[in-house]
Design a protein around this ligand. Sequence first.
Ligand code: GLN
Length: 193
Amino acid sequence: MRIGVLALQGAVTEHIVSIEKTGAEGLAIKRVEQLEEVEGLIIPGGESTTIGKLMRKYGFIEAIRDFSNQGKPIFGTCAGMIVLAKQIAGGETGHLELMDITVARNAFGRQRESFECDLDVKGIEEPIRAVFIRAPLINEVGSEVEVLSVYKDEIVTARQGNLLVSSFHPELTDDFRLHQYFTDMVEASGTTA
Ligand code: GLN
């Protein structure tokens, strides 16, 4: 199984390392044509405005929407979650607008710019280690969205069909179980070659 990591900006290498721990192959995606070589895609953390701009510039908006419409799984972490959201609180224009969630950027405030915690995630047995960096959170979810984890009453992991998002950075720890959860989604999607 081969999983792509969108490599326009942000934490790319760390995701590839985590993907490879699950036994799948990781591929940095720099051109839209490369999407044909992968069965699932990770959109990493970084800066969502920058990632959105580069996606527009290189034709990734339509290409990733097509990829998703084919039922292929996509996992957005932190800024990657923001670019997948249908709505961004505060009126900022969305990017891919694929997932029925409203996200708030930099939602944990200045005092808590970054922090770590152990988080219970539905479908994963023991808590996972989560690293939050200027993290967004999910304010609202549509009826098709399943909430997978909550931190202090705020939604920080969710899934809608082939789409998975987390507010935090699962690639910054040795714990690759959320990546395993994603590769299981890819396996189950039946789109693998
Ligand atoms: N604060 C960033 C944004 O709004 C996301 C931070 C991250 O990906 N670590 O795009």
